[in-house]
Design a protein around this ligand. Sequence first.
Ligand code: GLC
Length: 432
Amino acid sequence: MGKRQKHSLKQRLLQSLGLFVAILLSIKLLFALPGLTQQPVTLTFLIGASEVPTWKELIKQFEAKNSDIRINLIEGPNATNLLEDLYTSAFLLGGSPYDLVYMDIVWVPKFAAAGWLMELSQLFPKEEQAKFLRGDLEGGRYRGGLYRVPVHTDAGMLYYRKDLLEQAGFKPPDTFAELMQISQALQKQGVVRRGFLWQGRQYEGTSAMFVEILKGYGGFWINPDTLEVGLDRPEAIQAVQFLVNTIRDGVSAPGVVTYQEEETRRIFQSGEAVFLRNWPYVWYLANKEDSPVRGKVGLKPMVHAPGQSSAACQGGWGWGIAKTTKHPEQAWRAVQFFSSSDAQRQFTLMAGGLPTRRELFKDPQLVQKYSFLPTMLEVLDKAVLRPPIAQYDQASDILQRYLTAAFTSQLTPERAMKAAADETRRLLGTKG
Ligand code: GLC
């Protein structure tokens, strides 16, 4: 082979190699292109402002692990009924921007009945469901379907000033009468201004609080199976009378009718009252370093009438997926992450809301910070649901209106509860 021939062979080889590399490169580019140009999917949801900092932290972690998903968090009002109104109007108007629905337990029947939520039982197998608290899970069902994965549970409790009770030689109260006696005794001694703080404003929190007092007198609101209404029964009237008496006797301030959870928590935390009805998140804040009542607070189930037992209202929040979402697969990935053990543990450590996975109630890290956790399981297993019916928000509205009328002495407890019962029966179509 001559020198020239050798050269042209080399050239041809080089040319074919170049072609080969070029083909390889373009194939690679062809596959890489969609990845380069594809925008991440955005999932949008609405949440109460006070929870935003905690969720931002969890969202950051989720996005770091899921580069194909971005979360657009919209900040809403804290009161559950206002948040519910915003979700409701978005779904009613059509074209809702929400992919995920951060839901209070009491919204589920309405949202499910309206067809706004995806049914989740295919995605959420029975073995996985069994790891969650029963009441929270049941609260996510409607007519056999499952519409919500619980992430944060709530049960109303009685907070008390351990130090003040000990100093005055009182045991924590079990009955409504004992709570009144202790309050009045400590108020008389000038130790505190007020006895008992509760949520009396016309909003959903009042209904939740009232369920506990009502059950503590042995009464009920609406039986979800028979739609029987118990609001004008003697036990319900006694329950309203008790709350009215707390204002009449100065155990609760007249201003209690303007209080939501946070107002009552702040007053209690500043040391001005002996007792507080509230959710478990208060424990975390009341025991923070800068809290004047740090280490001085006890927590127990709500007081009740003699012969009856304590009742905690079942509250709590969870995730649903909007039926209209264009990204159900990504939405489910987010729900799985946010309801995972690790995310729930972090939520509790950061904000004090309780988890919904049973195992976390024995988690050493959580129990160290929240010593009451193991005993909370018992309270939660017996917690009372607000009536799980599709017209719940309207029924709650009626109750709130007439409770306000009684709390502000516009109507006597009897008249208020008679009117509330009648209107509720009309709503449910059960008025004979
Ligand atoms: C808490 C509870 C919720 C309840 C609300 C009332 O957020 O978790 O279930 O409806 O308080 O204010």
